[in-house]
Design a protein around this ligand. Structure first.
Ligand SMILES: Nc1ccn([C@@H]2O[C@H](COP(=O)(O)OP(=O)(O)OP(=O)(O)O)[C@@H](O)[C@H]2O)c(=O)n1
Ligand SMILES: C[C@](O)(CO)[C@H](O)COP(=O)(O)O
Length: 235
């Protein structure tokens, strides 16, 4: 069932340097099928009927985004991010006008589908609560230092890979992020801040192919997924 909300805003953290990709440009500007990753991601978002604006959070000296055609889209705005992803997200949240709900989505996740966007929005609106897309852990999980003896096997019951988008009440997310950052809490996703602030947050099961391009081998995998999804017409 579609909610009544029809023009949500997405904050898109895109101020990272992609050091784990070991390339000479930030990974969001690497190309798949002649289009930058960030262009794929923004097109996936803006082609969804319930998304009305994307606030792209850029690194201070980013001179690539403004040269992309998508930067001229009337629904695309930009602001400057910070040292950590959480700083960039907070800057993006403060740069948009006051909203009831806001979504945060990594620029490095171009394989997001409209099916998953609808599942997240519908759950949050119908349950009036924040939630994140996530996929269940598939492998046995070991804790160990690299090339060292295994310390233990983690219980993988009810263990999930957190993805994005993550969707929360706008003002509540700002205050929770500010509170967590003020306490020096390590925040790697928006849900971490909400958990710290004891604000309910739920899991919405999402597709396992909503991958975050992080390491070199992810690029070909993402290219394959994007092609497969187009044939599936799930976008
Ligand atoms: N200071 C930062 C760090 C990250 N990001 C963004 O957050 C998303 C997810 O972060 P990650 O995958 O860690 O990207 P990078 O930080 O660029 O990667 P790395 O850790 O390998 O440098 C990316 O779209 C990235 O551009 C951001 O906006 N601001
Ligand atoms: C937000 C996120 O994509 C959820 O899995 C992840 O935490 C980003 O972490 P990163 O270390 O900044 O890639």
């Amino acid at each position: 069932m579609n909610s009544k909300i029809d023009s949500l805003c997405v904050v898109l953290p895109a101020a990272g340097i992609g050091k784990r990709m070991s390339q000479n440009i930030p990974k969001q500007y690497l190309k798949i099928n002649d289009k930058c990753i960030i262009e794929h991601t923004i097109e996936r978002l803006l082609s969804h009927p319930r998304i009305g604006q994307v606030m792209v959070v850029l690194a201070e000296h980013d001179n690539i985004f403004s040269a992309l055609e998508i930067s001229k889209n009337a629904k695309v705005c930009t602001t400057i991010g910070g040292k950590e992803r959480s700083d960039s997200v907070l800057a993006g949240l403060k740069a948009i006008s006051e909203q009831t709900w806001v979504l945060v989505h990594d620029a490095a996740r171009p394989c997001l589908t409209h099916t998953d966007i609808d599942a997240l929005i519908d759950f949050c609106i119908e349950q009036n609560t924040g939630a994140i897309l996530a996929s269940p852990v598939r492998d046995t999980m070991k804790r160990s230092q690299h090339n060292q003896k295994i310390e233990n096997t983690e219980n993988r019951d009810n263990l999930w890979h957190a993805q994005t988008p993550q969707m929360f009440k706008h003002e509540q997310l700002i205050s929770s992020l500010e509170q967590a950052l003020a306490h020096g809490v390590a925040i790697t996703d928006e849900a971490s801040a909400m958990e710290f602030a004891n604000v309910d947050c739920f899991i919405v099961s999402g597709r396992e192919d909503n991958i975050k391009i992080t390491r070199p081998s992810d690029l070909n995998l993402a290219a394959f997924i994007l092609t497969q999804q187009k044939e599936e017409t799930c976008v």
